[in-house]
Write a protein that binds this ligand. Structure first.
Ligand code: MSP
Length: 536
C-alpha cells in the first residue's frame, strides 16, 4: 500500500459567505494537488468546514434554527463554492460529521487516560467573538478592550486544560532540526521566536455545555464540550482514521469504520477498494493562512506528539489578500466576490490571477485594474493569441495537417521545463507561472522573428514554414500540459483545438515531439475573449 501525498487546507468557518481569502487558499491547494497528480503521484486532497462554536450557536439562534439545520443550509453553499472553484478534492469534511466526532472523542479519551488533562477553575475575561480567554495583557493601555474582541464578559468557570509546558522544549528542537516543517522561513522564525521567548500556557480545551452546547461533548465529563480549535485541528486526522488509514486508526485503536469485507458484502466496491488502499498519515502539507499559524505550529504538533502520532511534514503558510490596499471587510464593503468574478471572467482567469499575482508567503493586494491588465496582456494577448495564431496559420497554410517534426525550440523547451519543475518542487507556484510565461512570450516572439506569413508567400521557403509551424503547435501542446494544474479547463480546450486525445494532466506529455506528422488539428476558438482595457 503506497502512502499518498496528503494535502489539506484550513477548514473554513461555516458562518459567513466564501470570500477571496478562502478562494485563494483552496485554489493554491488544488494547484499543488494537480501538480502532484500530473507527475504521477497519488494524492489525497482534503478540504472542509469548521462548524462548531459559539458564533454558529448564536447565529442559528438569531435565525430561529437549530445549529445543525443552520450548518446544513450553509454547507450546501460551501459545497457549491468548491465546485465553482473547480477543486479536485478527494473528500470534504464537516466537523459535524459523525466520523469526525468519533475521532475527536477517541483522542480526548486517550489523552485523558494518559493524564494529559486536568480541571481547574478560571476567573477572568472572555471574548465571545474570538471564543478565547483574555488576560490583563490583552487590555488597551487605558484599561478598555479592543474592538476586535467584540463583547467581553467576566467569567468564573471550571474547565479542562491540556498540559503544554512539558512539550515546549522538544517542539523548539523539532522546529530547529526540521527547516522544512514551517515554510516560508520567516514564519518558522516567528514561531521559534515565540516559543523561545515565553512559557507556553496550558490550553483550555473545553467550554461548559451550560454556556455553549454546540460542540463535541467531552466523553469523560459531559458537562463540557470541546473547544472549537481542539475539535477543528483534528479534522486532518479524523478523515484518515475514519477511512481506515493504519497510521491514523492504529494510534487510536480504531479499525476502519466500514471494514473491507463488510464493504464488499454491501456491494460498495469503491469503498472497499478505497479502504483497503488508503495510507495517508502523516499529512504532507497543511496549507494555512498566517493568522492560524500558532494553532498549527504549536498546539497541533503537541496534540499529535501526546497521541504518539507522527507530525505533518510541512506547514505551508500563505499571506492575506487586501483590496485596493485596505483590509477585506464585509462591513466596509471592501470585498471581492469570487463568484461574481468567475461569472464575469471565467474560472481559469480567476485561478490564474490569484496564483500569478501572489506567491505563497507575503500579503497581496487585489485591484480590478491589475486583474484586467493580466487578463488582457497575459491571457488574451499572450497565451490566447499564441494558440490562435498557431492554429490559424497551420490551418491556412497546411490545411491543418502537422508537418514533419522540427526540434528548433526543443532545447529551450527542455531548459524551461527544468526551471518550472524546480519552482514547483519548492511550492513556488507563482515562479512556475512566470517561467511558463517566458515560454509563451518566447513563442510569440518566434512568430515575429520567423514571420510565417511572409514565408507562406515564397514557395522556396516551404520547408522552413513547415518547421516554424511545427514548433508553434508543439509549443502550444506542451503549454497545455504545463498549465493543466493551474488552469485545467483552458488546457483541455487547447488539447481539443489541437485535436489531441487524452488528458493534458500528464506531465510526461511535456516532452518535446508529441505531435506526429500528418496529425490533423481542429479549428481555432478564442481561449480568453478580449475585454475592453478600460478598468470599470
Ligand atoms: N476555521 C478556522 C481554521 C481551522 S483549520 C483546522 C479558520 N477559518 S476561516 O474561515 O476564518 O479561514 C480559513 C482560511 O482562510 C484560513 O487559512 C485563513 O488564513 C484564510 N483567510 C481568511 N481571510 C483571508 C484573506 N483575506 N486572505 C487570504 N487568506 C485568508 O480560520
Amino acid at each position: 500500500m503506497n502512502k499518498r501525498f496528503y494535502l489539506t487546507t484550513a477548514i473554513d468557518y461555516v458562518n459567513g459567505a466564501p470570500h477571496l481569502g478562502h478562494a485563494y487558499e483552496k485554489v493554491l491547494a488544488d494547484v499543488i494537488a494537480r501538480v502532484h497528480r500530473s507527475m504521477g503521484v497519488e494524492v489525497f486532497f482534503l478540504t472542509g468546514l469548521d462548524e462548531h462554536g459559539q458564533k454558529v450557536q448564536q447565529a442559528a439562534q438569531e435565525q430561529g434554527k437549530t445549529p445543525q439545520a443552520y450548518c446544513d443550509e450553509l454547507a450546501v453553499q460551501w459545497l457549491a463554492f468548491v465546485q465553482k472553484l473547480g477543486l479536485s478534492n478527494d473528500d470534504f469534511v464537516r466537523t459535524t460529521d459523525q466520523r469526525h466526532k468519533d475521532v475527536v472523542q477517541a483522542i480526548l479519551t486517550k489523552l485523558h487516560a494518559e493524564e494529559q488533562f486536568y480541571k481547574k477553575p478560571y476567573v477572568g475575561f472572555y471574548s465571545v467573538r474570538e471564543e478565547t480567554f483574555l488576560t490583563e495583557k490583552d487590555r488597551n493601555p487605558d484599561g478598555t478592550w479592543d474592538a476586535k474582541w467584540g463583547q467581553v464578559n467576566e467569567l468564573v468557570e471550571e474547565n479542562w486544560y491540556f498540559k503544554l509546558g512539558q512539550h515546549q522544549q522538544w517542539l523548539i528542537e523539532y522546529i530547529e532540526a526540521n527547516p522544512g516543517f514551517i515554510q516560508p522561513d520567516y514564519r518558522r522564525n516567528e514561531v521559534l521566536g515565540f516559543l523561545r521567548s515565553q512559557n507556553l500556557e496550558d490550553l483550555c480545551i473545553t467550554r461548559p455545555a451550560a454556556r455553549l452546547s454546540w460542540g463535541i461533548p467531552l466523553p469523560f465529563d459531559p458537562a463540557f464540550v470541546t473547544y472549537v480549535w481542539f475539535d477543528a485541528l483534528v479534522n486532518y486526522f479524523s478523515v484518515p482514521a475514519s477511512l481506515g488509514d493504519p497510521a491514523a486508526a492504529g494510534v487510536l485503536g480504531f479499525r476502519s469504520r466500514v471494514s473491507v469485507p463488510e464493504a464488499e458484502a454491501s456491494g460498495n466496491s469503491q469503498l472497499a477498494t478505497r479502504n483497503s488502499q488508503l495510507s495517508l498519515w502523516p499529512a504532507d502539507v497543511h496549507l494555512i493562512g498566517k493568522d492560524i499559524l500558532k494553532f498549527h505550529a504549536v498546539y497541533w504538533p503537541i496534540m499529535l506528539k501526546a497521541l504518539g502520532a507522527p507530525l505533518p511534514k510541512t506547514l505551508l503558510v500563505h499571506g492575506w489578500w487586501q483590496r485596493d490596499g485596505a483590509k477585506l471587510s464585509k462591513s466596509t464593503g471592501n470585498v471581492v466576490d469570487p463568484i461574481a468574478v468567475i461569472d464575469e471572467w471565467g474560472l481559469d482567469a480567476f485561478r490564474y490571477y490569484l496564483v500569478r499575482e501572489l506567491g505563497i508567503g507575503p500579503d497581496g493586494n487585489w485591484t480590478d485594474a491589475g486583474f484586467k491588465s493580466r487578463y488582457n496582456a497575459e491571457l488574451a494577448n499572450g497565451l490566447g493569441n499564441l494558440l490562435n495564431r498557431s492554429i490559424s496559420m497551420l490551418n491556412k497554410y497546411r490545411g491543418g495537417v502537422v508537418p514533419t517534426p522540427s526540434d528548433e525550440l526543443k532545447a529551450e523547451a527542455v531548459i524551461a521545463l527544468k526551471a518550472i519543475e524546480e519552482k514547483l518542487a519548492g511550492f513556488d507556484l507563482q515562479g512556475a507561472l512566470v517561467e511558463i510565461w517566458k515560454e509563451v512570450n518566447r513563442a510569440n516572439q518566434y512568430i515575429e522573428q520567423t514571420r510565417p506569413f511572409s514565408l507562406a508567400k515564397d514557395p522556396a521557403q516551404a520547408a522552413r514554414l513547415d518547421a516554424v509551424l511545427y514548433n508553434l503547435v508543439e509549443i502550444c501542446r506542451i503549454l497545455a500540459v504545463l498549465l493543466w494544474p493551474f488552469i485545467p479547463a483552458t488546457s483541455e480546450k487547447i488539447f481539443a483545438q489541437l485535436n489531441v486525445t487524452g488528458s493534458p494532466g500528464d506531465w510526461k506529455l511535456a516532452a518535446w515531439g508529441g505531435l506526429q506528422c500528418g496529425h490533423k488539428i481542429g479549428a481555432p476558438i478564442p481561449l480568453f475573449p478580449r475585454k475592453d482595457l478600460v478598468p470599470k
